[in-house]
Design a binder for this molecule. Structure first.
Ligand code: E4P
Length: 220
């Protein structure tokens, strides 16, 4: 399973990279706006900066909701770096754009996916990634993890190449559940990734080992 970080924050991306397990980055318009980036040129520079840090796919989302606008934006984004993946929402024009871009060799991440039907269409259109939003489904009393299971089952059954990228991850437990459900990629906030490291028995074990060592071997 690949680990992506879900942020446009340069420091957090660098910290996740320093762990040695980072495979890529996802962003969205809300995440880039959090970084206080003003102006399209600065946003494009920001994407290039991220691509220079991470050796892996970096998702950058289109703002247009019509086919021509999406294609123009997608070509601009894809020209920034070979690792750019263009994020396109699963609407009618988005589906057409994914098919068009796939045929042109541009990688896509089909976003805002909340149903197996949407995921099926994304795979048929040849999306590189499909992003079911786990947390947002949980927020409305639906079951985000169940959706990941169901998409994984369908994709496995038909042998689709589209990678299942579980998004809208809110907790460390979500990462584990997505791994169990068969996600190819999980994109998470840094805090959820770091949570995987935590166990009180690891902390108390280290404490005891150090005490024992210092009381004997390490004694001066
Ligand atoms: C993926 O990149 C999605 O845009 C992102 O995970 C959405 O997360 P949110 O539901 O926490 O905004």
């Amino acid at each position: 399973m690949k680990f992506f970080i879900d942020t446009a924050n340069i420091e957090q991306i660098k910290e996740a990279k320093s762990l040695g397990i980072l495979d890529g980055v996802t962003t969205n318009p809300s995440l880039v706006s959090k970084e206080g980036i003003v102006g399209r040129d600065n946003l494009l520079k920001h994407y290039i900066e991220i691509c220079n840090i991470v050796q892996g796919d970096v998702s950058a989302e289109v703002i247009s909701t019509d086919f021509n606008g999406m294609i123009t934006e997608a070509e601009e984004l894809a020209a920034l770096d070979p690792n750019i993946v263009v994020k396109i929402p699963i609407i009618k024009d988005g589906l057409k754009a994914i098919k068009y871009l796939t045929d042109k060799g541009i990688k896509t991440n089909c976003t805002l996916v909340f149903s197996t039907g949407q995921a099926l269409l994304a795979a048929k259109a040849g999306a590189t990634y499909v992003s079911p939003f786990v947390g947002r489904l949980d927020d409305v009393s639906s079951d985000g993890i169940e959706l990941v299971y169901n998409i994984a089952e369908i994709y496995r059954y038909y042998g689709f190449d589209t990678q299942l990228l579980a998004a809208s991850i809110r907790s460390t437990q979500h990462i584990i559940q997505c791994a169990q459900a068969g996600a190819d990629v999980v994109t998470s906030p840094l805090s959820a990734i770091l949570g995987l490291l935590k166990h009180p028995l690891t902390d108390s074990g280290i404490k005891k080992f150090l005490e024992d060592y210092n009381n004997t071997v390490g004694k001066k």
